[in-house]
Structures are given as C-alpha cells and as structure tokens.
Ligand binder design. Structure first.
Ligand code: FAD
Ligand code: SF4
Length: 493
C-alpha cells in the first residue's frame, strides 16, 4: 500500500468552506466552492483502500471510487477523470448534487465511518476531478467513429435523456432529443436551483452533446406539437424519458385560491428568469409571506429560493419531526442557516382568503380578494411507524393555529404523467403509476419504444437517471442489433 493513502489516521475529513449565509442569500450562486488541488489530494488520501469497497456498491453507477481517489491523491488527474467518466457521464454534476450521505458516503457505505473516523469526501473529490478536467480541456465530445444509419428519438432532455443520447451517439446512431423546454437539462436546468448547481455546469454538458452530433429540438411537447405516431414513424427506436411532473394535490379546502402554486411552477419560474428566458420570475416571492408545505428536498429548494428572492418571511410546514423528514438533513441545515423557519409536526388543514391578525407589517396588496391569506394548521404527535418505518403523524385535538401567507407552495411531490394520454394508448402505465416496461429489455408494449429515468422509476435522483439512460441506451442498441443480449440488474431506488 503506497503511503500516500490511509491518511485518515492523521487527517480529518474536511469540505471546502461554505459561503457565509448572509453573503449567499444575496444571490443564487453555488454555496460550496471546489476543493483546491492540494485539498482534493489530501482528502482523497484519507481513503483506506479497503478490500470490499461498499462506497462502490452503494453508488448507483458503481463508480470505481477507491481507484480514482488514489489517482487524485497521486496527482494523476487526467487518468482519474477518464476512470470517473467511464462509469458516469456527468461526474462533476453528481459530485455536486448527489445526496452522498444516503449513497456513497452513508455511514453503512464507508468503512472509515464504521471504524469511528469520518467518511471520505467522495462527492467533493468527484466534483474536483470533473471540474479539473473541464478546466484542463480533457473533456471531449464522444463523436462516433462509425455511423449505423439508425435513428433514435428521445423525448425528454433530463439526465436520463442526456446520458442515453451520449451513449447512443457514441455507438454511431443518429440521435434526436425532443423537449418542451428551450434547453437541455430537464430538472437539472429548470428545477434544481443554482445555489446547488450553477447552470453553466449543465450547459457545457449539453454543448458537448451537440458537438458530438446529437440534434436537440426544443419547444416540442409530446401529446401537443409532437405527435407520438409521427415520432415512431421517423425513428427506428424511441426512448420516453419525460420525468415525473404531475403534482400531488394538497386535498385541502381553499387549495384553488390564487397564490397557491405547485413547487415546480415556482422553481421553473425562478430558473427561467435566472437563465434569461424571462426578464423576471413569473412567480416572485419578493415581499411575500411564504409558506412551503412538505418536507422533502423540493420543499427545501423552494424555501431557499424564496429567501433569495427577498420574501418577507418563509415558513416550512411539515407534519413529522426533523428526524422523520424525507429531505436531506444537510439541506435543512442550509435552509435554517439562511433564515427559513421550520414548523415541525404541523399539518395544514385549510387555506383561506381571510387574513390572520398579526402584528407584523404586510406588503402592499397583501390579501387580494380570492387570494390566499392564511394557512390553518394543527399540531401532530407521532404514532406507530408506517410500512416504510416512518412514524405516522396524528392530529392533536384543540391544537389549531394560523400562519399568514400570500404565497403557498405545494411541495408534496410528484407522480408520472399518464403515458397512454401522451401516446394515444400505445404505451401503458404500471399499477404503481409509472410507465410500464419489461424489466430486462426496458421496452414498453409498443415495439421499439423504451422508457428511462423518473418516468420508469417514479421521482428519484439524478444519479439513478444517469444509470437509467446508460442502461436504456444498451437496451436500444441490442434492439437495433448492435449488442449481444444479456440481463441487466434492476436498480433499487
Ligand atoms: P427530468 O430531469 O425531469 O427530465 C425530463 C424532461 O422531459 C424535462 O426536460 C421535461 O421538460 C421533458 N418533458 C416532460 N414532459 C414532456 C412532454 N410531454 N413533451 C416533451 N418533453 C417533456 N436529484 C438529485 O440527485 N439531487 C438533487 O439535489 C435533486 N434535487 C431536486 C430538486 C427538485 C426541485 C426536484 C423536483 C428534483 C430533484 N432531484 C434531485 C431529482 C432529479 O432531478 C430527478 O430524479 C432527475 O432529474 C430525473 O431525470 P429524468 O431525466 O428522468 O427526468
Ligand atoms: Fe457518490 Fe453520486 Fe459520485 Fe456515486 S455518483 S460516487 S453516489 S457522488
């Protein structure tokens, strides 16, 4: 074992310094800088290089983590990049936005944590490898060396569609990507806020696909100006990678009042303004009392965006406690540092256009007729665990209270758009409400039509979408006769 590694004995885990909260809420830029080369080498050198690398097992892409950590520790950055790129189309993206504490850096995944030391900063090193490669000119478009003459159409330019496009283009096919938005990226461009990942990071990957010869068609809506039968007629294979966007309803009285909006409408409006597609956000929290309902990562993104837009106050209502929330503890910590308030164990019961009597001043126009002014909620206590092991919230009688609100954001999550409606009954949905496909071939009931990403898994993660994109590309290649048959393992979400 070279003495460059196993430095966990003397060296503590350390991330780059976060920007101070009062500085970072003034803009939407990333809050974490890249590690310096010395920091990356030092942190990578903490790896124990254990015989069974569980980090690799728990990474959905099974990245060769110990090997690229060792290369980074030795300063062999170009080799580290090529190794990282071999299993992950977008290493610097995953390095930024994977919830590492639940994946490669989870306490059950890194031997160091189990031995009483802190985990290796795997995500931060992966980001450093990718960013260094871009800065050094090592990232090249994967232009095919031979052309097959086959055309593949992909609906959805999120991480699943982009990863599939890169793989299929490298295999020599003519690849067309269709999306309702004007640019590639999917939720990486129009959902995940810039303070987690700046747009330039996604845009340079999208540019690389174009350089490789992938043709992007923006402003095309499946079920609207993109007709499924035409799509089928024009391509030898079609991949549906259109994500999961249908918001779950609050199912509360007053849900349809003005000012009650789905989380995605809010985040897309903010992203479009930041990208420059609109002059200002169509939905702006500036000067408003904002209530976000939900406890997942989408809720955290809404809360933190509202703070940056200059909301008068931002409250997140969540019906369980902090320990039982689905979102990442890291993101909650960021939101709290930035001034958001959390009302744990609070369950909304109704929305109303009648104002709450509060002593704080209100912005002009607060409480238009027919617009939301108040969220009525009650406290909960946590009962027996549900099937997923999370304690079930029960309302506490007589605990009702009211919160002033003129913007209420529903962040209760999403389901998958019905495929039969978009494809004229050519494709079915599964009983779980996802696009139905054969587990091994990824093909739907329509011959030559495949599915990948959130549309197949339900709402998931970027890293799973990348894996889906790579696997569906292999499935399409096999269908077109360019790869031998073999069985793919089924991903776990
Ligand atoms: P998407 O990224 O959703 O892309 C689907 C594309 O299809 C979109 O571009 C959409 O415009 C297009 N489309 C949809 N319908 C049509 C149609 N009818 N016609 C044409 N085009 C269509 N994951 C992480 O790993 N880390 C995070 O920090 C994180 N944060 C998130 C924050 C938010 C607010 C949300 C909502 C999700 C977050 N996720 C995060 C989850 C992650 O973004 C998704 O799992 C991932 O983007 C799914 O990839 P996809 O390619 O399947 O779908
Ligand atoms: Fe960890 Fe995500 Fe990178 Fe895998 S892709 S090593 S889970 S940060």
């Amino acid at each position: 074992m070279p003495d460059r590694m196993q430095k966990f004995v003397t060296l503590r885990r350390r991330m780059a310094d976060k920007r101070e909260p009062e500085d970072r809420i003034r803009d939407h830029r990333e809050i974490l800088p890249d590690l310096t080369p010395d920091e990356a080498a030092a942190q990578a050198s903490r790896c124990e290089q254990c015989g069974t690398p569980y980090c690799q097992v728990y990474c959905p892409l099974h990245n060769n983590i110990p090997d690229w950590l060792k290369m980074t520790a030795e300063g062999r950055m170009e080799a580290a990049y090529h190794l990282a790129q071999a299993t992950n189309n977008f290493p610097e993206i995953c390095g930024r936005i994977c919830p590492q504490d639940r994946l490669c850096e989870a306490k059950w995944a890194c031997t160091l944590e189990q031995a009483g030391h802190e985990t290796v900063t795997i995500g931060a090193v992966e980001r450093h490898i990718g960013d260094t490669a871009w800065a050094s000119g090592w990232v090249k478009p994967r232009v095919p060396t031979r052309l097959t003459g086959r055309r593949v159409g992909i609906v959805g330019a999120g991480p699943a569609g982009m990863a599939a496009a890169e793989e299929l283009r490298a295999a020599g096919h003519e690849v067309h990507v269709y999306d309702r938005h004007a640019r590639m990226g999917g939720l990486m461009s129009y959902g995940i806020p810039e303070f987690k990942m700046e747009q330039r990071v996604v845009a340079r990957r999208a540019g690389l696909l174009t350089e490789a010869g992938v043709v992007f068609h923006g402003g095309r809506v499946l079920g609207g100006n993109l007709v499924f039968s035409d799509l089928q007629a024009r391509h030898d294979a079609v991949v549906l990678a259109y994500g999961a966007y249908r918001p779950r309803r609050l199912n509360l009285p007053g849900e349809d009042l003005a000012g009650v909006i789905p989380a995605m409408d809010y985040l897309v409006s903010s992203s479009r303004a930041l990208i420059g597609e609109t002059a200002a956000p169509e939905i702006d929290a500036a000067g408003k009392w904002v209530v976000v309902i939900g406890g997942g990562d989408t809720a955290m993104d809404c809360v933190r965006t509202a703070v940056r837009q200059g909301a008068e106050g931002v409250t997140c209502l969540y019906r369980r406690d902090r320990a039982n929330m689905p979102g990442s503890a890291r993101e909650v910590g960021h939101a709290e540092e930035e001034g958001a308030e959390f009302d744990w164990q609070s369950q909304p019961e109704a929305l109303s256009d009648v104002p709450v009597e509060v002593v704080v001043s209100r912005p002009e126009g607060f409480g238009q007729r027919g617009a939301v002014r108040t969220v009525r909620a009650c406290r909960t206590r946590l009962g027996v665990p549900d099937g997923a092991g999370r304690k079930r919230p029960e309302p506490v009688p007589g605990s009702a209270f009211e919160v002033a609100a003129d913007l209420v954001i529903n962040a209760l999550g999403f389901t998958v758009e019905a495929a039969h409606e978009l494809t004229g009954d050519a494709v079915d949905m599964s009983p779980q409400g996802r696009v139905a496909a054969d587990r091994e071939t990824r093909m739907t009931k329509a011959p030559g039509v495949f599915v990948a990403g959130d549309a197949r898994l339900g709402p998931s993660l970027v890293v799973w979408a990348i894996r889906e994109g790579r696997e569906v590309a292999a499935a399409v290649d096999r269908y077109l006769g360019f790869l031998p048959d073999h069985v793919q393992p089924e991903p776990q979400t």
